[in-house]
Design a protein around this ligand. Structure first.
Ligand code: CO
Length: 429
C-alpha cells in the first residue's frame, strides 16, 4: 500500500467505530485537530467566510463544513452525504432467556444484516449509556473488544440439510447470544459496560447496547487488493467524505459533509436523512429564508454509499451491460424509478469531476427482475430540492458481518470528492 494512501487510516477508523456514535466521535476529534469549531444547535450561530465548523445531533449524526469566500446564497453549497449506521443487533430490554445451563440474551435486529454471517464469530459489545448526574441525563459511549458473545450455529449432525437447503435463521429463536455457563445475567453485562465507560452503575438508568464483531479490518488478497471488514457500508464513505473536506482548498463555495444515522431503518428519525438536520444547518448558513432558498437552488449533493460489485461466483445477478468491478473505480448508480437521485446532468457532473481528477467511473443499474436498494440521496433531495447524484464504491457481501471492498477504490473516490468540493464543475439551470 502506498504511503500516501488514505486506506491505513480508514482501517483504524473502522476498528474504532463499532457504533454510529463512536464513528461520529472519531470524526469529530479529527475535525477538532484540524481547527474546526463545534457549534451547538441550541446556540446562536454567526458564521463568516472561511470558517471551519461542525455540529452533532443526538451523538450519531454530524454535519461538518467550511464556509466559502462568497455567500452561499450566491454559490449554493457543495455537499457530500452518507450514513453512519450499519445493520446489526441490539440487546433487548429484559433480555435474559432461560435455557439449559447456558445463559443467553435476546437481541433485536437493526436494519437487515445477513443473519447467517453473524454465527460463529467472536462477538462483543459497544453502545451508549444514559448517565444521570443530579437531575441531568447525558449519553456516554462505551466499547468492549473482548469476545463476550457467541451466536452459535447448529452442528451439521443436528441440521443435516443445512448445506443443501441453506442456513435458515429464525431471527427470534436462533439469535440469542450465549455468554455464560456460570449464571451471569444481563445485569452483569450492563455492569461491565459501566466499568468500561468508567461510570458508576447506579448512575446509569438507560442504555443502547449493540453487538459487534471486533475482528480488525484487514487488507487482503495476494497483493492487498481487498479490504475485509465489518461496517464498510457505509463507514468507508463517511471517512472518504471527511478526508475530502479536510483536503479541500480555499474555495468560493461553502462545502458541507452531512453524515446521518438511521439509513438502515428508513431515515425517519430525529437525526436521520429525513429529519430537519441538513435543512436547519443550511438555513443558518444562508442567514435568512430567501437566502436559504437561493442557496438550495444552487447546491449540488453527492450522496455516497456502498455499491454492488459484480460477484465472480454470482455473475448472473447483475445487468448484462453495467458490471462494476472491485478496484474499477467509483460507481454512479442509476435507477429509472428514482431510488437513486442520479440524473442525466448530475451523473455527467460526477463523471466530469472524475475525469478532472484522473479517475475512471463505472455504472450500476439493477436488473428489471430484481429489486433496487435505496439510500439517503432521494430523501434529502426530496426534502430540500437540492440536485443530487448517487454514487458509491463497489463492494461484495453488503450487510454481511464482514464485507469486502477494493483497496484502490477508496483513494480514487476521495480524489473525485475533493474535485466536487472544489466547485470547479458547475451545472447550469
Ligand atoms: Co448503505
Amino acid at each position: 500500500m502506498r504511503t500516501d494512501s488514505y486506506v491505513p487510516d480508514l482501517l483504524s477508523f473502522l476498528d474504532s467505530s463499532p457504533t454510529a456514535s463512536l464513528a461520529v466521535m472519531h470524526l469529530a476529534s479529527k475535525l477538532d485537530q484540524k481547527g474546526f469549531q463545534r457549534l451547538e444547535e441550541g446556540d446562536s450561530w454567526e458564521i463568516g467566510a472561511n470558517v471551519r465548523f461542525y455540529t452533532i445531533r443526538s451523538s450519531s449524526s454530524i454535519i461538518a463544513g467550511i464556509t466559502g469566500t462568497k455567500a452561499c446564497k450566491e454559490t449554493g453549497c457543495r455537499i457530500i452525504g452518507a450514513h453512519t449506521d450499519f445493520p446489526g443487533f441490539r440487546i433487548k430490554p429484559e433480555a435474559d432467556r432461560k435455557t439449559d445451563n447456558i445463559n443467553v440474551l435476546g437481541v433485536e435486529l437493526y436494519g437487515s444484516p445477513i443473519l447467517a454471517t453473524w454465527f460463529d464469530r467472536d462477538l462483543s459489545l459497544a453502545g451508549t449509556l444514559a448517565v444521570r448526574e443530579d437531575d441531568t441525563i447525558s449519553r456516554k459511549p462505551f466499547m468492549i473488544r473482548k469476545p463476550i458473545f457467541r451466536m452459535a450455529s447448529p452442528a451439521i449432525h443436528i441440521e443435516r440439510e443445512i448445506n443443501k437447503k441453506g442456513f435458515k435463521v429464525n431471527p427470534e429463536k436462533n439469535t440469542p447470544l450465549l455468554f455464560s455457563s456460570s449464571g451471569a445475567v444481563l445485569e452483569d453485562v450492563v455492569s461491565l459496560a459501566c466499568e468500561s465507560a468508567d461510570v458508576k452503575r447506579d448512575s446509569v438508568s438507560g442504555w443502547c447496547m449493540e453487538v459487534w464483531d471486533p475482528q480488525p479490518a484487514a487488507l487482503g488478497g495476494l497483493e492487498d487488493d481487498f479490504i475485509f471488514s465489518g461496517r464498510l457500508d457505509n463507514l468507508t464513505m463517511c471517512h472518504a467524505a471527511t478526508e475530502a473536506l479536510l483536503a479541500s482548498e480555499g474555495s468560493s463555495e461553502t462545502r458541507l459533509v452531512s453524515l446521518f444515522n438511521s439509513e438502515e431503518v428508513g431515515s425517519r428519525t430525529l437525526n436521520g436523512a429525513g429529519s430537519t438536520f441538513i435543512d436547519s444547518v443550511m438555513e443558518r448558513l444562508a442567514g435568512g429564508r430567501d437566502e436559504y432558498f437561493r442557496c438550495l437552488s444552487g447546491s449540488i449533493q453527492v450522496s455516497a454509499d456502498g455499491a454492488h460489485a459484480v460477484h465472480p461466483n454470482y455473475p448472473e445477478k447483475h445487468d448484462p451491460g453495467c458490471r462494476p468491478v472491485l478496484n474499477g473505480g467509483p460507481v454512479i448508480k442509476v435507477n429509472a424509478a428514482e431510488k437513486y437521485t442520479s440524473s442525466d446532468v448530475t451523473s455527467a457532473y460526477f463523471r466530469t469531476c472524475a475525469d478532472r481528477s484522473g479517475v475512471d467511473v463505472q455504472y450500476f443499474v439493477s436488473r428489471n427482475d430484481m429489486p433496487c436498494g435505496s439510500t439517503i440521496g432521494p430523501i434529502t433531495s426530496t426534502r430540500t430540492g437540492v440536485r443530487s447524484v448517487d454514487v458509491g464504491n463497489p463492494m461484495l457481501s453488503m450487510h454481511s458481518v464482514r464485507e469486502t471492498a477494493g483497496s484502490k477504490d477508496h483513494d480514487a473516490m476521495i480524489k473525485v470528492l475533493i474535485e466536487h468540493l472544489s466547485g470547479s464543475v458547475n451545472i447550469s439551470g
